[in-house]
Design a binder for this molecule. Sequence first.
Ligand SMILES: *Cc1c(COP(=O)(O)O)cnc(C)c1O
Length: 386
Amino acid sequence: MKFSTRAIHVGQKADPLTGSTIIPIYSSSTYTQEEIEKHKGYEYSRTGNPTRQALESCTASLEDGEYGLAFASGMAAIAATLSILRPGDHVVATEDLYGGTYRLFEQVYREQGIKVTYADGRTLETLSVAIRPKTRLVWIETPTNPLLQLVDIEAVASICRSRGVLLVVDNTFATPYLQRPLTLGAHVVVHSTTKYINGHSDLVGGAVITSDRELFKAIKFYQNAAGAVPSPFDCWLTLRGIKTLAVRMKAHQENALAVAEFLQHHPFVESVRYPGLPSHPQHELAKKQMHGFGGMVSFQICGGREEANVFFKTLKVFSFAESLGGVESLACYPSAMTHGSIPKEERERRGITDGTIRLSVGIEDKEDLIVDLEQALDTTVASSRS
Ligand SMILES: *Cc1c(COP(=O)(O)O)cnc(C)c1O
């Protein structure tokens, strides 16, 4: 079955008891057993729950993986994946990393004796050199947040395999509709399902997908042991969101391309980053490893914090808010929001400055989005002259 069909059907057969076409919200915490060690596969909902099981099967299928696990947040999914590390282990991570993942590495795992080296993921040489004998895994995001840099998954996977290191890909920005890292050689994929997978900005969730049975067993053990599982209601909402993932992603990228092209020609915009623009330095790689370019656009506004603030205050359709991947358009200010926990010097060295603006382009009418950006930029120009 093709992607869109799997999104709507995998793990979601009619309920055997009632014929309910839509998977029910099984809110029970416990399950009545027939006799000692005889039951229908469910004992207690932290360990296993039928609504969550449906979601886990569906996300695994969409990533072309064997096993899926759902979590209460993207960070819980990331922490569960990192639970396979032991003190003394070393990690190589890409530099332009989600702020929360960076915080987890630096403020939680470093204390526990796990060291992380950050490398520019765009150059294979830098990544490869960072791998040491103690390196257990390489952690990458592509496209990155917020600079939309790409990492060549297939090339990194082949380095990892030759060095006996695991490759984990945070696929939140691309979604499995546009990019399937397991098919390119990655061992594990993680998601913040809060973003495109659920797609409606109405819950927080996470997922881990792998085809490696041993890794699955270890991460599932942690899921049950630590217990950061999503509620049955959130699993049900996420499944509802997933059904339209393919159509939403098509609309997101059509709008994002229009927005990126518009911004490119505005005199108050210094530069635009979107993997779908031929001017993106890794446009060819994007064409090779992605089935489209996604809904995230970032740009440099002329000026700094003051100009950016006028821009954000003047937006009418875009909301000035963190997060991404919902049907509504959002504008965010990485240096004070998503990346505020990275020291200023370090942040600027990585290219996130006071003029960096990130857009999560929604699926509203694209003309309305462009009119909104235009009026906000024009107001910013006028106020910077006065
Ligand atoms: C949001 C996000 C996370 C964290 O997920 P939560 O659901 O907020 O816990 C991790 N990685 C990326 C790329 C994200 O955008």
